[in-house]
Design a protein around this ligand. Structure first.
Ligand code: PA5
Length: 464
């Protein structure tokens, strides 16, 4: 019997939300959300839920469909990469790179690229995201083009940074390999943009990003699934976790739906309790990149000038990533004693993949002896609880998501949870969570400055 048909395995692996310390009962009525505020939100909650359901049914919100997709084409492409290459170079930015990085950091060794092929279980993973010439040169100088597969990932097929890095990587391939097209995979929209026709004309392998799935909601499409499968991550389990979270997020009930509860608490904290900052603070190195992914999702989706009726509203909490325990020696001072303007979400891992016992040495040295015999896992989680307790004493609201262990099922849950939370929060704010007009404007100015056809040079003077 598969473990996915075993309810006991699934319930033991579920991510759990504890929101008690975000409530007025715990941190007082000025900073905590009251039961009455949550109750008053119910009519709005039901209408946002109905609207999301309507858009989901009409196929407008494609991210909801991703847990049920056929992964055969991704697995075929991943096997081709695994059989033929030592290096997998992802060229993409924003929603086209942050999700793949988050999954890899959580589910592969922190020293993945340094391990032997047998230990890794797949090609090494490299990314060209930013257009920093030092990074790009260093990566390309290090890799052997003959042993490298380049995955160009762009939903629009035209983002300047990805286009530039692709052109640099393409020339690098051309100088060393006979058939560059046999080293290229495009992950892009099935119809729109320039990348798809180019790839098809030249005969590269291609994978689709469904038209109704936006960049930052695309981690569970081929954008994230291909690099994960290439590196040996079980993508069926990733999607099973997302599917399980989808079931938990199916009803407009703030007690049982963790995504809606998270969204409602963030929305009320922001709009009623002076909390314009949302901190995402995992206590696990492997989840630090997930915090970066969340930052993009929350900021780009909710930071909007206008609501759906066109009224100027300037919505959005400023998301901030932090890492426990490291940031206890940095940002936590601010969180505890600075402005009480944050809602902090802790991500806590109950069982780590490795156990490290702290040796009992130096029994006569007080600052060392007390640690002997404990585990690093226990120390990390006690420190998380201590930070939470201090913040509570200072009436600073916090939320806690507990992850039983870092596995693909858990990561699938987290990706889907935060996506539904964000979509739902967009509804509460009354804005469009799926566009990014502010970003698009900057893109157009850059195109114009570089003389791209169809884009006027509004900055003057030209870019090149
Ligand atoms: O969420 C988004 O839409 C953006 O952050 C995009 O992911 C980012 O701009 C990259 O776009 P593209 O995938 O079209 O190259």
């Amino acid at each position: 019997m598969s473990r996915f048909t075993r309810p006991d395995w699934i319930s033991a692996q579920r991510v759990q939300l504890d929101s008690r310390l975000a409530l007025a009962d715990a941190v007082g009525p000025q900073h905590g959300v009251s039961a009455q505020e949550l109750a008053d939100l119910l009519p709005n909650l039901r209408s946002v839920h109905a609207e999301l359901g309507r858009r989901r049914a009409s196929g407008e919100l494609g991210f909801y469909q991703l847990p049920g997709q056929d992964i055969t084409p991704v697995l075929e492409a991943a096997n081709w990469v695994r059989d033929g290459f030592d290096n997998f170079l992802l060229v993409g930015i924003g929603g086209s790179s942050l999700g793949p990085k988050a999954a890899h950091a959580a589910l592969r060794s922190p020293l993945y690229n340094l391990l032997s092929r047998e230990e890794r279980g797949g090609p090494r993973l490299f990314l060209l995201e930013n257009i920093d010439p030092v990074t790009v040169s260093a990566v390309l100088r290090h890799l052997d083009p003959a042993r490298t597969c380049v995955n160009v990932v762009s939903k629009s097929g035209g983002t300047a940074e990805t286009a530039a890095n692709y052109l640099v990587a393409r020339e690098w391939l051309e100088k060393s390999v006979q058939n560059p097209r046999e080293h290229l995979i495009a992950t892009t929209d099935p119809a729109n943009g320039d990348l798809r026709p180019l790839a098809e004309r030249e005969g590269w392998r291609t994978l689709p990003i469904p038209p109704d799935v936006g960049g930052r909601f695309s981690q569970l499409a081929a954008v994230g699934l291909l690099p994960a499968a290439v590196c040996g991550i079980d993508i069926a389990e990733l999607l099973a976790g997302a599917h399980d979270m989808d079931l938990r997020c199916a009803t407009p009930d703030l007690d049982t739906n963790p995504a809606y509860r998270l969204a409602a608490l963030h929305y009320l904290a922001d709009t009623r309790h002076g909390k314009p900052m949302a901190v995402m603070m995992p206590y696990a190195d492997g989840l630090r990149s997930l915090a970066d992914w969340f930052v993009q999702l929350w900021a780009e989706s909710l930071g909007k000038e206008r609501d759906l009726s066109g009224k100027i509203v300037h919505t959005g909490q400023t998301p901030l990533p932090a890492l426990g325990a490291s940031d206890q020696h940095s940002q936590v001072q601010l969180f505890v004693e600075g402005p009480n303007d944050k809602l902090i979400t802790f991500l806590r891992v109950e069982h780590f993949a490795e156990a490290v016992q702290i040796p009992s040495l130096h029994g006569d040295v007080g600052s060392l002896a007390y640690l002997g015999g404990a585990t690093l896992e226990r120390l990390l989680n006690v420190e998380q609880a201590a930070t939470e307790a201090v913040l509570r004493e200072r009436q600073r609201p916090t939320l806690r998501l507990t992850v039983p262990e870092l596995n693909p099922f858990a990561m699938g849950q987290l990706f889907f949870l935060f996506e539904v939370m964000t979509a739902f929060a967009g509804g509460l704010y009354g804005i469009n969570a799926f566009d990014q007009p502010g970003v698009e404007h900057g893109k157009r100015l850059t195109y114009g400055a570089f003389g791209r056809a169809g884009y006027p040079d509004l900055m003057g003077g030209g870019g090149k």
